[in-house]
Design a protein. Sequence first.
Length: 160
Amino acid sequence: MSVEENAGLNNCFFEKKDWRACKDEVSGVMKTDTYRLSANAYHVHRNVHRVTRNHGSRTLFANPPPVLGENEKQVDWTRSYHGLSSTPFTTEQAAILQQEIKFDDIEIKPDGIIYLPEIKYRRILNKAFRPGGWGLVPRGETIVTGKLVTREYGLVCGGR
């Protein structure tokens, strides 16, 4: 994004107070630089956030999953609920996850958002699932407001 485009996005936000509306408004002006992802002839149009095949102009979806080979079977965690409620956690894991959180560990941001710092929840999850036994997967777009950047994540534990 150029300096001019960024300035236009900021000006739009101060007028409308809605990044989504501004993103749509400014994206029509942005250039569409094309980058090849794989030999499967997919292209990502940067700044427009659309994916199309070379064989047609059909739009697939806004945020494509990684392009997999024909024989690869992987879960697309950005959209999947694979394994949800399939097996309960062990009694030990459940006990760790249900422990009361210390009052001093919880932060309250100036705008009233209740927050558990990353190091605190990482320690809890490492204790319950061991390092490498869990991960966070982005489930949505990054949302930027005046003083806050947020993004929805899904927690994957033990491959589900």
